[in-house]
Design a binder for this molecule. Structure first.
Ligand code: SF4
Length: 170
């Protein structure tokens, strides 16, 4: 215990200050809420689909539901089925095994539906490009309305991307 305390004292605090304060998130959140209220009657439902990612994009997407970002308070919820979704949020380079489930989820999503591609993999396979097991991205399989770049994109990039899409729709 004393050894751990000594190491902590020596290393000080290793985490970085957040670039975006809670105030910034509140401002973005209000804009999100206004756009959602105009076009979606107070709620925007997203079904997240992993088509073979490394899971880092999922970690960033999960952060949107944590107590810090908490997007649900602005009207954005993640749902367990495409049948209830307004949009699909897709990660990964699209493995051949996930081709059918992706098409199936797309078909099951009611119209009008929106597709949000998250991460560099979705565009052309990213770091998995040319692997025998993947299709080098989702772009040729579904019509993408918004692509959020990054490997992985940060939560604030996801929020800005969602805002861009929602403002375009409304
Ligand atoms: S874009 Fe990068 S972080 Fe996201 S799933 Fe692909 S390899 Fe992982």
């Amino acid at each position: 215990m004393i050894d751990i305390a000594k190491i902590r004292f020596k290393n000080k605090i290793l985490t970085e200050d957040l670039e975006f304060t809670n105030e910034n998130i509140e401002i973005l959140g209000k804009k999100l809420k206004d756009s959602i209220n105009k076009s979606f009657k107070r709620s925007f439902f997203i079904r997240e689909i992993d088509t073979g990612s490394c899971n880092a994009c999922e970690v960033e997407i999960n952060a949107l539901s944590n107590p810090y970002y908490n997007l649900e308070r602005f009207g954005i919820s993640f749902v367990p089925s495409p049948k209830f979704a307004d949009a699909l949020m897709i990660t990964g380079p699209l493995t051949k095994a996930m081709e059918y489930p992706l098409h199936n989820a797309y078909e099951l999503t009611p119209n009008p539906k929106y597709v949000i591609a998250v991460g560099d993999c979705t565009m052309d396979g990213g770091v998995f490009k040319d692997s025998y097991a993947i299709k080098d991205g989702i772009m040729s399989d579904v019509k993408v309305d918004l692509w959020i770049k990054g490997c992985p994109p940060e939560p604030i990039d996801l929020i800005n991307g969602l805002l861009k899409l929602l403002e375009k729709i409304s």
